[in-house]
Structure formats: C-alpha cells, structure tokens
Design a protein around this ligand. Structure first.
Ligand code: NAG
Ligand code: NAG
Ligand code: NAG
Ligand code: NAG
Ligand code: NAG
Ligand code: NAG
Ligand code: NAG
Length: 459
C-alpha cells in the first residue's frame, strides 16, 4: 500500500526509518512542495489479500449456488426413483407371494422397469458428475440386478427372493441418500382449477402395472374417477377383448395397494357391451360408446344399470378411430369443466368434433368443429375445455402437437414430446384431480404428470 503525504520542507529529503518501522522517502517537487511516499508493511492493512478474498468468496458463493441447484434436481430424481422402487418391490412380492404364478409376462415388466431405473441412475450420475460415491455404487448394483432379472426366466423361485433382498437394501441406501440431502421445494400446484395456460411439459412415464388379464390384452383403458372432487382411492381397469373392440369386463380396486397387488378386485360384466377404448369414469358413472352403435352409454357402477343416448351424426364402427387403436370413434373425456365427447362426422370430413355433454342426460349442449383429421392422431384428451391431440414420433416417443380451445374456438399447433414404454397408445385420458394422464400402453397401465405454463408469464 502506498500513501502520498505532504509534509513541511524541514522534514523533507532522504529516506528515514521511523521507530515504528515505517519506511518513508521524501522529495521536493518543482514548486517546493515536499512529497513523501510511505510504504506500509503488509500487516498494517492487507488490502491486496482482502481483494482476492472478496473474489474467492464471490466464486465460492457461485459454486454453492450451483451445488444447491444440483442437489435440488438430484432430490427430484431420487423421489421418482424411490417411488419406482416401491412399486417394483410390491411387484416382486406379488410374484413370490404364491397366489399368482409368475410368468414370462411378469419378467417382461420387471425387465422394462429395471431398464427404466437404470436410465434414471444414469441421469443421476450425469447430473452429479461423479461427485457422489454412493450413486456410483448404486449404479453398479442396479446393473447387477438388471443382469439377474434378464437371466431369471431360466432360474427358480429363490432367485426372485434374492432380487427382492437386493431391492430392499437398495431402497435403504436411497433413503439414506435422501435423508442426507436438503428438502426439495415442492412446486405450487393448484389441482382442480384452470389458473394456468397450456401444457408445457410431461414427466417420464410411470408404469404402474400390467393389466390383470395379461400381456395379450393390448387394448383398453384405465384410470380413476375423473369427476372433480370424486373419491380418488378407487381405480378402474377396462381391458377390451382380444378383438380390440368389445368391452365386456370391468374391474375396480378400492385402493392403490390393492391395485398393485391385484388384491380384492371387484369385477363387473358390462350389460350390452361397450365398444373401443374411449371410456371414462366420472362421478361414479362409466361413459362409453355402446357396442355396434353411435349411442353413448352411461353405466351406474354401483347398480350396474345402463342408460343410452344417441350421438347424432357421429361416425361409428371403426369409421374414424385413432391411428394406433381401432374402434375408438367415440372417445369420452372428463375435465375441470365437465363431460365431453371427442368424435367425428362425415359432414366434418372425418375431422375431430368436440361436444360438451350434460352429464345427467347426455344431451349435447354445444359442439365445436376442428380441422384436425381424427385418423391422423394417436389419441386425444381434454383439459380445462381445451382439446389436446397426440401423434407418434417414433416407437419410444409421442408428441402433443395440436390443441383446440373451446372457449375461443381457436386451434394452435404445439410441440410437447414425451416418452412411452411400449409402442402403441390405446387410450389416453386426463384426471383434473391430480393433473395426470392415464395411458393404456400395449396392455400396460402408465401415468404421466402434466405441468402447465403459469398465467404470470403472459406479461
Ligand atoms: C526503505 O525503502 C528504500 C527504497 O524503497 C529501501 O532501499 C530501503 O532498504 C528501505 N528500508 C527499510 C529499513 O525497509
Ligand atoms: C474466480 O473465478 C474466476 C473464473 O472462474 C477465475 O479465473 C479466478 O481464478 C477465480 N478466483 C479465485 C480467487 O478463485
Ligand atoms: C465434470 O467435472 C469435470 C472435472 O471434474 C469438468 O471438467 C466437467 O466440466 C464437469 N462437467 C459438468 C457437466 O459439470
Ligand atoms: C456386482 O456383480 C459383480 C459380479 O457378479 C460382483 O463382483 C460385485 O460384487 C457386484 N456388486 C454389487 C455392488 O453388488
Ligand atoms: C421437462 O421435464 C424434464 C424432466 O422432468 C426436464 O428435464 C425439462 O427441463 C423440462 N422442460 C421444460 C421446458 O420445462
Ligand atoms: C342437465 O340435464 C338435466 C336433466 O335433463 C337437467 O335437469 C339439468 O338442468 C341439465 N344441466 C344443465 C347444466 O343444463
Ligand atoms: C407426479 O405427481 C405426484 C403427485 O401427484 C408426485 O408425488 C410425483 O413425484 C410426481 N412425479 C414426477 C415424476 O414428477
């Protein structure tokens, strides 16, 4: 540090070292003013160190910020991962639990799930960039389990027990990991309201289970009661017959655990049959296309009685279904605004027609005509009075590419792509109570979480 002092002339000239060891050198300038430079030892005021400390501190806080955001995304991934492991453990319990014999199909599902978990851990590793030893060893363990699952088909039941033991211990490690990390910031979600704009993102698929009939039953639908405020503990599953057309059996489970364990099912046969995978359950009624007709059916799931109503002009009997699922000319939907039917007519050239239904009488209240060809989409669903349609990008990816807002009668192209576990989508419906999509995917029951653009970002 350098100080410039102005002193009286008498003290000027030459170097002096004062008692306190300050080194002062002085000189007279051309106007006769004495200028002294005092070199203070570092210990008096270490300004240069201060400066580098400030920089280092700044660098450090940036680094900490980066670490915090890493931990947050790590936390999110872990939550998903744990949820999956729980479901997987339950599956393995079912397989070894005696009641149901495990088959090749169960192995198929296990293999798929392991593949999915493996890819999750790969993501986790990438996001942590090798900075977590625990995740690395998890990766090795998961690789190991994958290999075992792949070999299991030729093994005996004891191997399933050993996989189960490994899954239990894996879960313990994950719980530990999770407890060591900061709490995630839960996103504020307002279920049941429409205080948001269009869909912006969809999570990875969450595979719940294979339908109870088996892998061969590739067509059907499933979900919860999509009436706003309905009991959300109950699940319904409606696999179609092998002809991919007739719905004659329905199954209900009264809790998620029962669903996962195939326990305490309540089976119903459908009076007069339904047709196609367009059914929806809303307020304790199942609505669907009645067999071999353009009629809408409304089944009271308590009393198992049906009432029907003709949907005037609707094309039916596989005239305008969807790309990857036949016999779904008439697709029902239930969102925040109530009950809808998505179909097509000859008059609208096979393009999608949307009608709002009175859920009591099934009378059409209002109708909208879109310019999207119905056979050109994989499936469609309604959210807050907006129709969303999907198409296939490839065997592993779908895309929401079209929306029609019944409030403004405007259609818009968009692109929100999402993964799928199996190639074909046989039904897709939305539940306003949890903002999830329920997909029937080549016999597998899958869910997705939706996220929406907040209204604020309009500004
Ligand atoms: C004082 O400073 C002068 C010039 O910078 C240097 O030559 C001299 O050795 C210094 N004296 C002491 C005691 O530090
Ligand atoms: C601070 O970060 C910058 C840029 O990364 C780097 O050049 C500099 O050396 C760092 N300084 C310290 C004191 O760590
Ligand atoms: C991962 O860490 C290495 C060095 O440890 C660094 O060079 C690289 O940029 C990091 N990658 C990411 C994505 O953070
Ligand atoms: C993974 O399998 C290899 C070879 O079978 C074995 O040596 C290793 O201990 C296993 N690692 C873990 C973490 O289970
Ligand atoms: C969508 O979600 C995925 C995974 O959850 C995330 O990686 C991606 O950044 C999100 N995209 C947008 C646009 O929010
Ligand atoms: C729906 O239909 C029922 C029975 O016909 C009727 O009482 C009710 O008012 C209708 N609801 C609306 C919103 O029009
Ligand atoms: C999906 O939403 C549920 C809450 O309904 C949440 O528990 C779960 O973590 C979410 N899954 C993903 C992948 O974000």
């Amino acid at each position: 540090m350098l100080l410039i002092l102005i002193l009286s002339v008498g003290l000027c000239q030459g170097n002096r070292v004062f008692q306190n060891k300050k080194n002062v050198s002085g000189s007279l300038d051309e106007e006769g003013v004495c200028q002294c430079s005092v070199i203070l030892p570092d210990s008096t005021f270490p300004a240069d160190r201060m400066e580098s400390l400030e920089i280092a501190n700044y660098n450090l806080s940036i680094h900490v910020q980066q670490e915090i955001s890493k931990i947050q995304s790590y936390q999110g991934t872990l939550t998903v991962y744990l949820e999956k492991l729980r479901a997987l453990t339950k599956r393995v319990e079912v397989m070894e639990g005696g009641g149901i014999a495990y088959t090749e199909l169960d192995f198929e599902l296990l293999k798929l799930e392991m593949r999915e978990i493996e890819s999750l851990v790969v993501d986790l590793r990438a996001s942590l960039n090798g900075s977590n030893v625990k995740v690395d060893s998890l990766y090795v363990e998961i690789r190991n389990i994958s290999i075992i699952v792949n070999q299991m088909e030729s093994y005996d039941k004891n191997n399933i027990l050993s996989v189960r033991r490994q899954i239990v211990s894996l879960r313990k490690v994950l719980e530990e990991c999770k407890n060591n990390e900061a709490k995630p910031i839960p996103p504020p979600v307002d279920y049941g309201t429409c205080k948001h704009r269009e869909i912006v993102n969809i999570t990875k698929p969450f595979m719940v289970q294979l339908n109870w009939m088996s892998f061969s039953y590739k067509f059907g639908g499933w979900g919860k009661d999509s009436f706003l405020g309905a009991n959300q503990d109950m699940y319904w599953i409606a696999p179609l017959n092998l002809d991919s057309r007739i719905m004659n059996t329905l199954r209900f489970y009264k809790s998620y655990d029962d669903l996962l364990l195939y326990k305490n099912p309540r089976d119903r046969s459908v009076p007069g049959y339904g047709q196609g995978g367009g059914m929806i359950v809303s307020n304790n009624f199942m609505y669907y296309n009645c067999y071999h007709s353009r009629d809408l059916c409304k089944l009271n799931i308590e009393t198992n009685t049906v009432v029907r109503k003709t949907l005037t002009d609707a094309a039916f009997n596989n005239r305008f279904s969807y790309t990857s699922s036949s016999w779904q000319d008439i697709d029902l939907a239930s969102d925040e605004d109530g009950l809808w039917v998505i179909y097509s007519t000859e008059e609208n050239s096979g393009n999608i027609v949307i009608s709002k239904l009175n859920s009591t009488s099934m009378i059409v209240e209002k109708t909208w005509f879109t310019s999207q060809y119905k056979l050109g989409v994989t499936n469609a669903f309604m959210v807050c009075g907006v129709l969303y349609a999907t198409r296939t990008l490839n065997t592993r990816k779908e895309e929401i590419f079209f929306m029609y807002d019944t409030k403004t009668s405007k259609e818009v192209k968009l692109s929100v792509s999402f993964d799928k576990m199996m190639e074909n989508v046989q039904s897709l419906s939305y539940n306003p109570n949890d903002h999830k999509l329920y997909m029937y995917n080549d016999g597998y029951l899958v869910t997705y979480n939706l996220s929406f653009m907040p209204i604020e970002s309009e500004i």
